[in-house]
Design a protein around this ligand. Sequence first.
Ligand SMILES: [Zn+2]
Length: 370
Amino acid sequence: MCTTLTRRGCAFTATLDVQYQNNSGLTAGAFTALVNGWDAATEGMWNGPAGHQHYGCCTVEFAVITRIGAGRAASHQINVVAGPQTSFVSALGPGCTTGRWDAQDTGNVAAHESGHLLGLPDEYDYNGPGGAYRNLNPQPADQPQSIMAQTWGNVAALQSHIDALMQGLNASCPWWCCILWPVHRLLDVLRLAVAVPLLVTADLPSPEEVSTVPAKPADPSPRDALEQVRDGRPSSLMDAVRVLTDAGKESNELAQVATGDESPLVRWVGLVVADTLGDVDTVETGLEDDDLRLRVTAAAALARRGQRQVVPVLIEGLGSNQVAIGHPPELLASFAEQALITLSGESISTTDDSPEARTARWQRWADTAE
Ligand SMILES: [Zn+2]
């Protein structure tokens, strides 16, 4: 199975089995390093600072099995393409699913996508003013924000996520684990204080598989999928991208019409589908869009094709504090910088810079790279 849950005594292990196909243009070595980084970031995010989570009086540890290649039935299948692009999985776990990620996805992006593989939904939409991003699960300002709501800044897997995904996996923690619970919590406190790896695992019953596979709903028609985008939900956006792309050339005209729609979300789907279908003329029309998020989307698609004339649009994007349209939620400035990295073939700035310093650095690159 692709997402499984096993229990040994009072200790659950949730395992994600993921197979990545390299269509990114990276060498085999660089690709291995990339997916190993995603693996480590995902385990780090979902296990949290204590190295494990709690579900009732039980512990939960998250483990990712990372494989390279394609076609293994018992692994989630992820097609990794050149970045930056929108990244998604086709259906929520725990059932086996497919997805498309890009080679510039950060560890936080992989951790967010893995949340979907564990069965969790998105916690954001684009129903703010003018189709702006909204965090639907905001946490207090001094607390980490939900990894299912954003991928930048201080983010974490929340207890509510652990409870929801464990319920989705039909987990039940035996009552007698609560007898051992005070000992476990004491060891947690000691372990966080002195950073010594200790873990109580009562080794009583044999491991037991408790995962289930929900049925996957049927896909809408390309036209209906495009209409559903107007509800502002990222899952609607990604479904539309997938359904239209799967329909191939017959969606091309639909995508062209979409790029003239009044909704920036419909226009975005039009651009992304045209990009995937290789309709560069339609993508280029996005450079004239009133909405900077759309101009950066078009510029990023053209940057992947080596088109240098999009640099001014990307540099404008670097100065933005908006959230990009797409999935998972990423800052527009980060997305624009990823496109500049693709275009330049080098990484000349860091996310630690102020937006002004970052913009100035890339402007200097643009001036000298004429
Ligand atoms: Zn998501």
